[in-house]
Write a protein that binds this ligand. Structure first.
Ligand code: HAM
Length: 423
């Protein structure tokens, strides 16, 4: 605990500080870049919404809604929840603004932000975390499901990540899912399960497949699988997605037991898992949600999307030992000797910044030795040093901080000289 304040970041949260924060920004940027190149426009929605949006959208019986939502009642009596995920909000925003009208479907949107779930904190699982997401609203086309998966894979690959796998499944549609659900319930009711799990069979039987306990998993060996209950249309749709993924050079593993923690999914569902992360191995996930719009009071709008976890992607990079090639925060660091030099170098630094060079300087009248330390620590390639004699000669010294060479440059040529040295 710090001596300076008795306050701490709340349990399950952490602060992002330099230099690590630069990695987070770069990861957000890299994960969203493929979607931005593919016609997805940026959307930003409020950090909180009506509780009902999530209980109806994400599902009354999901852990996210029953256990993990941060809810509050406003002074006016409105029930709000901090957003536990982005899809319901983004669809709500698109519907509210009528983006789906006018025939230009799908509406393609991407987003990036903070999400909140009251989960038991552990490595890779936080109560405040960060996602980059993309949603394609209003079209049913296996090309679109494939496009989104490819965009996510390209985002991970662009970071240099290699140790991830794509798990793929289909959950059927409103025609075949109910038949499967009933068959699964019949099977599950015959097992030796605890009271809570028995209740789950009646409300949300697919979630039982996702039970991590060994004693449960052993009994699930012969459980009916959705793959054997798909209607022709769903079977055909899924085959097309699989073929298109293969044609796009994306490897996947069929996982007939992949169940996601949100209820809105239909047909294509997928998860990206990374083997270097321990139990919180999902670095991203998504799928098709053809019924969600109707669930929240909109028209029929078949849609598909994903969200990629920024925090877990950073952990995955660390576990693979991948260091991102980040641009230096500072290229040039100015070290003034004396009051006149402070003013002159401040002007030079301002000019450099306006010319697009990342420049910083020593503030607060620090000793030269101390300021040089900061110059070295800043990662800058060059220091600009000036004292009274330099200013009398109309020059500043440019020092190469790696090599140590130093030479004078006329004051009015500093920007050009720095730019040519930086290449
Ligand atoms: P999700 O699988 O709940 O899906 O979350 C997506 C990703 O967010 C996860 O794979 C994980 O990387 C990250 N994540 C989730 N919870 C936490 C946590 N407590 N701490 C750290 N990271 C976490 C969704 O949220 C859906 N809205 C995805 C989607 C978009 N489906 C269709 N469109």
């Amino acid at each position: 605990m710090s001596d300076e304040t008795s306050f701490q970041a709340p349990k399950g949260t952490f602060d992002l500080l330099p230099p690590d924060s630069a990695v987070f920004l770069a990861v957000r940027d890299a994960l969203s870049a493929p979607a931005r190149r593919a016609g997805y426009g940026y959307v930003e929605t409020p950090g909180f919404e009506s509780v009902g949006l999530f209980s109806r959208g994400v599902g009354e019986s999901t852990d996210i809604v029953t256990k993990e939502m941060y809810t509050l009642t406003t002074k006016g009596g409105t029930e709000l929840a901090l957003r536990p995920e982005g899809t319901a909000s983004v669809l709500r925003a698109a519907l509210q603004a009528n983006l789906h009208r006018g025939g230009n479907l799908p509406v393609k949107l991407w987003y990036s932000g903070s999400y909140y779930r009251y989960e038991r904190p552990q490595a890779g699982r936080y109560r405040h975390f960060s996602q980059v997401g993309a949603e394609a609203i209003g079209a049913e086309d296996p090309l679109l499901d494939t496009e989104l998966i490819v965009l996510a894979v390209d985002g991970y690959r662009s970071l240099g990540l290699t140790g991830f796998r794509l798990l793929l499944n289909t959950l059927g549609d409103r025609e075949c899912r109910p038949v499967y659900r009933a068959a699964l319930q019949d099977f599950l009711r015959g097992l030796d399960l605890d009271e809570e799990t028995r209740r789950r069979i009646e409300i949300n039987p697919l979630r039982v497949l996702d039970d991590k306990r060994e004693s449960v998993q052993r009994q699930l060996a012969g459980a009916p699988l959705i793959g054997d209950h798909l209607c022709e249309a769903c079977k055909e749709y899924h085959e097309q997605v699989r073929d298109l993924l293969t044609a796009s050079g994306v490897a996947f593993e069929d996982d007939p037991r992949l169940v996601r923690g949100l209820d809105y999914y239909t047909r294509t569902t997928f998860e990206f898992v990374h083997d270097g992360l321990g139990s919180q191995s999902a670095i991203g996930g998504g799928g098709r949600y053809d019924g969600l719009s109707e669930m929240i009071g909109g028209p029929s709008l078949p849609s598909v999307g994903w969200a990629l976890g920024v925090d877990r992607t950073v952990l995955a990079l660390r576990s693979e030992g991948v260091a991102l090639d980040l641009p230096a925060a500072t290229d040039v660091y100015a070290v003034p000797m004396g009051e006149e030099a402070r003013r002159t170098l401040f002007t030079v630094v301002t000019e450099l910044r306006r010319a697009g060079v990342a420049a910083d300087m020593a503030f607060g009248g620090r000793s030269v030795k101390n300021a040089m330390k900061s110059a070295n620590r800043s990662g800058a390639r060059f220091a600009l040093i000036a004292g009274e004699r330099d200013l009398a000669d109309g020059v500043v010294q440019i020092k190469d901080l790696a090599g140590g060479e130093q030479e004078p440059v006329a004051l009015n040529e500093v920007v050009a000289a720095v730019k040519s040295r930086l290449g």
